[in-house]
Design a protein around this ligand. Structure first.
Ligand code: UT7
Length: 334
């Protein structure tokens, strides 16, 4: 597909969608599951430390691209466009369909959506910051005039990389997908974005294994130093929020909704408090979704839009933090 460069200055959110697998696993369910292996946990521990009550796990054979497809179909419908109007697909995931992320899950999604226009499609790997990274990338493509309708998806099947013998991690994560269609516009939409990384902290949240000569070397399970991640997360989330506020010439008082990565209610409340944003202005879905990594922000955004919380014209501050170490934010006029 070839297109003339757009003269429009802004990237606006046209529509959102999300999808959670049918299998809802409560804290009581996961407590029973772990007990079978003699591992102790409880609803009280999980909820008090993280704010999580339940998460959703994909069915056998249900792939990241399947979750992405369902979320994307809803976003495309909400945007009122045809799938073949999309000229770029950016899919953020750390749990791609194929080993090594090859082919990209974005390419698989393009095919499953029946898009035949040859549009570009690629994955973004920035773990839990992947969706915020993707918004920044997409915004710059729209502003440059190169693309006019971009499908951005965060989709994960983290249940496949959880070690159910490690109670410190397996109770925290879940599966899901969220999608956003953005389009070139004359009206302000995405006002400011910022992306950062510090690879020196790569070991505190990672999947340490690799494949060599057809065999797995090391572990294919997620490992996390929870306390190290917690400390760094609170610090960088405040910094990156301030950065996009300054870029957009706004203050925390202008923010209608803080939509942070949904990892831990204590991190979210701590960040809001540091910024001086009232708890009532924070979108919270972690209790029902768990930590769905790159999917968590678009899932929270779509949930809040469909619940009538987030309304057109409001200022949204979305921010993510995760493995790499990566962090990013986007300030959006919805
Ligand atoms: O998505 C990317 C970003 N990820 C995050 O933001 C996660 C950041 N980290 C966190 O959210 C928190 O650090 C956790 C929720 C992971 C852990 O909370 P914590 O208050 O830092 O607990 P802890 O790791 O210090 O563990 C406290 C105790 C330990 O026992 P001892 O050593 O005090 O006897 C753990 O062994 O809790 C124990 N523990 C558990 N007990 C019951 C760890 N996991 C469990 C469990 N059930 N599932």
């Amino acid at each position: 597909m070839t297109q003339a460069l757009s003269q429009r200055k802004y990237a606006k959110i046209l529509g959102t969608g999300s999808y959670l697998p049918a299998n809802k696993v409560t804290n009581a369910d996961i407590t029973d599951m772990l007990a079978k292996d003699g591992i102790e946990t409880s609803d009280e521990w999980i909820f008090s430390r993280s704010g999580i009550s339940a998460r959703h796990f994909a069915a056998d054979g249900e792939l990241t691209s399947d979750l992405a497809l369902k979320a994307s179909q809803k976003a495309i419908e909400a945007a009122g466009i045809d799938a073949n109007d999309i000229d770029l697909i950016i899919l953020a995931t750390s749990t791609p369909d194929n080993l090594g992320g090859f082919p990209s899950t974005a390419c698989v999604l393009q095919d499953k959506l029946g898009i035949k226009n040859g549009c570009a499609a690629f994955d973004v790997q920035a773990v839990c910051s992947g969706f915020a990274y993707s918004l920044a990338v997409a915004d710059n493509f729209v502003r440059s005039g190169m693309y006019q309708k971009i499908l951005i998806v965060g989709a994960e099947t983290f249940s496949r990389i959880l070690n159910f013998k490690d109670r410190g991690t397996c109770v925290l994560f879940g599966d899901g997908a969220g999608a956003v269609v953005i389009g070139a516009s004359d009206e302000p939409g995405i006002l400011a974005t910022a992306m950062h990384a510090d690879g020196s902290h790569r070991d505190i949240l990672c999947v340490p294994g690799r494949t060599d000569n057809g065999a797995l070397e090391g572990s294919a399970f997620l490992v996390m130093d929870g306390q190290a991640v917690f400390k760094l997360a609170v610090k960088v989330l405040e910094q990156v929020a301030q950065e996009v506020l300054e870029k957009a010439n706004l203050t925390p008082a202008d923010i209608d909704w803080l939509i942070p990565h949904q990892a831990n209610i204590r991190i979210m409340e701590g960040t809001a408090k540091k910024l001086g944003i009232d708890r009532d202005h924070v979108v919270v879905t972690v209790h029902d979704h768990g930590n769905t990594s790159a999917a968590s922000i678009p899932l929270a955004l779509d949930t809040a839009i469909r619940a009538g919380q987030v309304k057109r014209g409001q200022h949204l501050l979305m921010e993510g933090v995760g493995g790499g170490f990566t962090w990013a934010a986007a300030l959006v006029k919805y």
